[in-house]
Design a protein around this ligand. Structure first.
Ligand SMILES: Nc1nc2c(ncn2[C@@H]2O[C@H](COP(=O)(O)OP(=O)(O)O)[C@@H](O)[C@H]2O)c(=O)[nH]1
Ligand SMILES: [Mg+2]
Length: 325
């Protein structure tokens, strides 16, 4: 990135990354073009912005016709995986998006504030996970696209409101609506059944009076279905654990690469599915490496120091690999 980008430009760039509809992406791109410093060093960026504006204009126009008939939202995947916030109106979903990412959703003490999906990136250590805030699951929000997004996600945080005197009834209704829409929630450690969405209950607003008692009752009733993680978005309770839970839901491994004779590059991990092998890692490091790979050396903290391994060797989170082609 060339220097001298203005705060206005960077804010618009952030808006672009968080936008989930072509209309919002287009607006952000137009703002980026308006605020980018106009000099020789940014000419390529300006041209690129114009090209992308043209693309999103046609896309937005194309959707206008379709949108009148039936609104549909699709949230483009970014980062290591997509996790959705699901729950009754007012449960605290948008507050969690705001607490875990740099997105700035509207938060209010009344229901149905969130009408369209909004995404942000939540970091767990060196991994970026996309978190998507959604309109509430309720009998009033019968949009098919809402459930389509949940079914297509890599994981779901089912937010239950500990400040809601009727939290059991609200949760029951959410679960019934999800089931009716063919959303099948499974505990994250249940293995990857096709069509099932790994999920946990996030018991929100732990800081409110009576929350501890409500949590005990909630655990009693629902603890057998999915893991329950109590949090407070407002008081930052258990949010670090929630980030880790999100990462674990995705069932990934991080692998770092190392060139022979050099120190490992620990800046940016390669992200693979759990169960991936040395060969899978080679394929993501370089497209030719999978074919040309002869062997690899493996470092695993406190365990393995430069062990020579073959293509089928399974990888673990945090492994360092030196690929020999
Ligand atoms: N005390 C407390 N209030 C919260 C917390 N999280 C959300 N709220 C409040 O609950 C209301 C609904 O929150 P919001 O995030 O908009 O819920 P959503 O409708 O599920 O997106 C707002 O008044 C928030 O300020 C929390 O951790 N503690
Ligand atoms: Mg909301």
């Amino acid at each position: 990135m060339p220097a001298n980008l203005t705060p206005e430009y960077l804010a618009a760039d952030r808006k672009f990354k968080e936008a989930t509809t072509p209309e919002a992406k287009l607006a952000a791109l137009e703002e980026m073009l308006a605020t980018i410093p106009k000099h020789k060093g940014t000419e390529k960026m300006q041209a690129d912005l114009k090209r992308r504006i043209a693309k999103f204009r046609t896309e937005a126009q194309r959707r206008k016709g379709a949108a009148r008939a039936r609104p549909f939202y699709h949230v483009e995947r970014e980062g290591a995986g997509q996790i959705v916030l699901v729950g009754a109106p007012n449960a605290g979903k948008s507050s969690l998006l705001a607490a875990l990412t740099n997105a700035q959703p509207e938060i209010a003490p009344y229901p149905f504030v969130t009408r369209v999906p909004q995404a942000g990136m939540a970091a767990f250590e060196d991994v970026q996970i996309q978190l998507v805030d959604l309109p509430p699951v309720s009998p009033e929000s019968a949009e098919g696209w809402l459930y389509a997004i949940i079914r297509g996600a890599d994981g779901a945080l089912v937010v239950a409101d500990l400040a809601d005197g009727d939290v059991l009834a609200s949760t029951e209704q959410v679960l019934e609506l999800l089931e009716g829409a063919n959303v099948r929630l499974v505990p994250p450690d249940a293995g990857r059944a096709p069509g099932a969405v790994p999920a946990v209950f996030v018991a929100a607003k732990l800081d409110t009076p009576g929350a501890a008692e409500a949590l005990a009752v909630f655990r009693e009733v629902y603890g057998g279905r999915l893991p329950v993680l109590p949090v407070s978005a407002e008081q930052d309770v258990n949010l670090a654990e929630l980030r880790r839970t999100m990462y674990e839901m995705l069932r990934l491994v991080r692998v770092y690469s190392k060139k022979p004779g050099k120190k490992p590059d620990l800046e940016v991990p390669y992200i693979l599915r759990r169960g991936a092998t040395v060969l899978d890692a080679a394929a993501v490091v370089h497209k030719d490496f999978a074919e040309r790979l002869r062997y690899a050396r493996l470092w695993r903290k406190g365990e393995i120091e430069g062990l020579m391994v073959g293509r089928d060797h399974p990888l673990q989170d945090g492994d360092v690999l030196e690929l020999h082609v």
